[in-house]
Design a protein around this ligand. Structure first.
Ligand code: PLP
Length: 241
């Protein structure tokens, strides 16, 4: 178990973030996902005991280990770079996988559905990740050529084969350069504009997963419904060797 000091620090950090989230959202429902990558299960358990249920993880193996150890009513959000070969591990071994935020190809849409079907699991919520900044090191569907994005949405919504995915929304990681407090973020604007187009075309109401520690307030102002906050709750992460 984490020390009493650590437990109360985590609870206080979480409370401070959720307060800012709710104040900025002013009445609108915005979900806070606590991003716990690299952090020990003791930290997660402390927040669980404080009432937190939504946790985000970036690495499949780390998520599997934590999901096995921690209570089964946690809602796990997979937010990290996803290789199609790992869809099977997510589908098979995490019954309480709530959402995958990082689906970025038609191939992975099909893989996530077929592996979840084979595992006879509950349907999984998915967010399609969009590369709004166009940076080559960022993952996500292209904004420029949206053919594969439309192919993916059409498959999830209309293909009978696809009965294990629930399209929840769109996700993006804003570029660092765009994360300036109080200034409109072009990447978030691009995602909001895309949502409007897709909502109208498909007659749906997509959620937006956007905003992290340094830009969640601006993200909510621009229409985010899910923010993914890590270091402001758990403290800085060790640098990966
Ligand atoms: C790590 C990570 C976060 C959380 O980042 P912080 O800056 O620590 O809040 C959010 N989203 C994704 C996709 C991440 O990889």
């Amino acid at each position: 178990m984490a020390t009493p000091e650590r437990r109360s620090d985590l609870a206080a950090n979480y409370d401070s973030i959720i307060k800012q989230v709710n104040e900025t959202a002013s009445g609108k429902q915005v979900k806070l996902v606590a991003v716990s990558k690299y952090k020990p299960v003791e930290d997660l358990k402390a927040l669980y005991d404080h009432g937190v249920r939504d946790f985000g993880e970036n690495y499949v193996q780390e998520l599997l280990t934590k999901a096995e150890t921690l209570p089964k009513d946690i809602r796990w959000h997979f937010i990290g770079g996803l290789q199609s070969g790992k869809c099977k591990d997510l589908s098979n071994n995490i019954p309480n996988l709530y959402a995958v935020h990082s689906i970025d190809s038609f191939k992975k849409v099909k893989k996530m559905n077929s592996t979840r079907k084979a595992a006879e699991g509950n349907p999984v919520n998915v967010f399609l990740q969009i590369n709004t900044s166009g940076e080559s090191q960022k993952s996500g569907y292209s904004l420029g050529d949206q053919k594969e994005l439309h192919e993916s949405i059409d498959y999830i919504l209309n293909n009978k084969e696809c009965d294990k995915l629930n399209l929840l929304g769109l996700m993006t990681i804003g570029s660092f350069a765009e994360s300036v407090a109080g200034v409109e973020n072009k990447d978030f604007k691009a995602l909001t504009d895309l949502k409007k187009e897709l909502d109208a075309k498909y007659n749906i109401d997509l959620d937006l997963s956007m905003g992290m520690s340094n830009d969640f307030i601006e993200a909510i102002r621009q229409g985010s419904s899910v923010v993914r906050v890590g270091s402001s709750i758990f403290g800085a992460r060790p640098v990966k060797p």
